[in-house]
Design a protein around this ligand. Sequence first.
Ligand code: UDX
Length: 432
Amino acid sequence: MKLCMIGTGYVGLVSGVCFADLGNDVICVDKDHDKITKLKKGIIPIYEPGLEELVKKNYKSKRLSFTSNISEAIKKSNIIFICVGTPTKKNSNAADLSQIFNVANEISKNIKSFKIIINKSTVPVTTGDDVEKIISKKVSKNLFSVVSNPEFLREGEAIRDFIYPDRIVIGTSNKKTNRVLKSLYTPLISKGAKYINTSRRGAELIKYASNAFLATKISFINEIANLCEKTNVNVEHISIGMGLDKRIGGRFLRAGPAYGGSCFPKDTRAIVDTGSKFKTNLSIIKTVIKSNKDRSKLLLNRVKKMLKNKIRNKKICFLGVTFKANTDDMRESSSLTMIPYLAKKNAKVFYYDPSGFKKEFKKFKNVFNASSIKDACKDSDLIIIHTEWNDFKLLNFKNLNKKKNFIIYDMRNILPNEKFKKGKVKYFRIGS
Ligand code: UDX
């Protein structure tokens, strides 16, 4: 089939490349000319394992192409995916849909034959109705169909999540459109993916409800971890004990420093906003947002206690600063709260992240990007493991830091607890 992906970020580029790899002709469109030029040279703007080789392979086979010319791309395609960003509006919980509506407007100028227009961006329930209204101002309704097909791609695992999705959700009440999309996704369905056809609004809400529930699960286990710390219980045993109940499931029950990223924080705020628009109080999700927001402060209080409230001039090392491993994404990472706080208390903060330097800390004169794990750790009073990169899982800290009696605060529980039972290093983890 002939597809075009409008927006070449985490969703558009990964989905486009994977659709091409399934044998479709895919045009990836972006208004950022520089990004398009780089993509044509095989330079990938995002850190996603496995993406570079897939782009090069499909670009070489001419199934995949890149352009900034949106009208040409629309004219050449039967199915148009809208994959632009829907960030949180300033001073609001609402999603900013301006990019979605701009693209809908562009599409409406270029429909000369029947097109299926698919919202793959995460959009509040009823957005598809708005897109339909915009397009029908210029195009008769029998020349297009607007569908919701939310993505469930995790950063760092996006290709795997695309090829092996738990489910494909298609929001349309148009039988013909549904048949076309079922055939587009047949290669994944034949590998075991479940295919769900619901209303357009139903698909929009499935996406938000899923992310809000996953965020709730994480905040739940984070709060249970707080109780475990007070009752001398190991939260990992609780996660295992709970997770064996098939109704609960073991995934997304890893206690940590607070969820971050470009999705959970934004999507929980947006669904609460949708609730208030429809006069429905989503009190549980509101509590999840607050619990997660307060978590970084809670962990910082622990850090102050570990350092006996003496933070000034202490050398504090952060191993990992991204919101999770296998990504370079810093969006709403808990390190963005923790490091500035410690810097303002005049600590000397050295961070090392496998994805490299972070501009977010540039303005702090006492925050330094170490070029190696050793440089980050040496002479540290406190080593914080903030992100669960594999690079940190087998480190020999006694070789990395000759200082006596230093502390390790493992915020991801990736180090073996028993290793630190004896010896001078004080080891703290989450939830035990
Ligand atoms: C999420 C959803 O998983 C994905 O389906 C959706 O399409 C986009 O948003 P992503 O934000 O990339 O994906 O990362 P995810 O792996 O879900 O982690 C989100 C945050 O939760 C990270 O900060 C991670 O560290 C944290 N997390 C995740 C935990 O603290 N504990 C867990 O058990 C799982």
